[in-house]
Design a protein around this ligand. Structure first.
Ligand SMILES: Cc1cc2nc3c(=O)[nH]c(=O)nc-3n(C[C@H](O)[C@H](O)[C@H](O)COP(=O)(O)O)c2cc1C
Length: 190
């Protein structure tokens, strides 16, 4: 049987973003975990315009090639991890835009978080995401990786170097995503 597809979404589109090394670290952990086919989706390179579809995404009557491509990409995902910063006590606009583009494609799929920021470790952003994900019928994991003062984990070469707690948190979250994927699959099939 083929493995479920885990899509790691890099939310920050900022030049020089910390999100890239954080996501590269998490991608390595996910590949080592071995339970998923791992894909990385970088919102900076996917470069969706500000939502420009005339219809509600629930109808899937997309008129733009970029929306169709995004729809096909998210359709093949079974589980997601959002690697996201905290901007002004919430999550970043590019992530909201990418979520708003689609509806059914997100439904009944589990989602985990690698949040980062300053003292809050991106937890305010994560909390702000949850009602949005609920509207899209997604199931968030309780386990999450929340990185406080993210700059302290970036080494001189620009790599993210986690502590044991963050590494263990990542594995715990991947385990939950695998369980939830199995539980939610029948709802997706229906
Ligand atoms: C527009 C903006 C707003 C920010 N607001 C917050 C904030 O509310 N809380 C926080 O912990 N960090 C905040 N930060 C700091 C970011 O968490 C930090 O710069 C982080 O590196 C941003 O992620 P990125 O580099 O992947 O874009 C903010 C940064 C930016 C650019």
């Amino acid at each position: 049987m083929s493995k479920p597809v885990l899509q790691i979404i890099i939310a920050s589109t900022r030049p020089g973003r910390v999100g890239l090394p954080v996501a590269q670290w998490f991608e390595g952990v996910a590949r080592e975990h071995g339970g998923f086919e791992v894909e990385v989706l970088d919102l900076a390179t996917i470069a969706l315009p500000l939502f420009d579809e005339p219809g509600h995404p629930i109808a899937r009557q997309y008129v733009h090639a970029h929306s169709l491509a995004w729809s096909e990409t998210i359709d093949r995902g079974d589980a997601f991890v959002l690697v996201h910063p905290e901007y002004n006590h919430s999550y970043n606009a590019a992530l909201k835009n990418a979520l708003d583009y689609l509806h059914v494609e997100w439904n009944y799929k589990p989602v985990g978080f690698v949040s980062y920021g300053g003292v809050s470790a991106g937890t305010r952003a994560q909390a702000a995401l949850k009602p949005v994900l609920g509207a899209l019928r997604m199931t968030p994991t309780t386990e999450a990786v929340n990185v406080p003062f993210v700059a302290q984990f970036i080494d001189d070469a620009g790599r993210f170097v986690p502590n044991d707690m963050l590494s263990m948190g990542a594995l715990g979250m991947l385990g939950e995503l695998a369980k939830l994927d199995g539980a939610l699959r029948p709802l997706r099939a229906a």
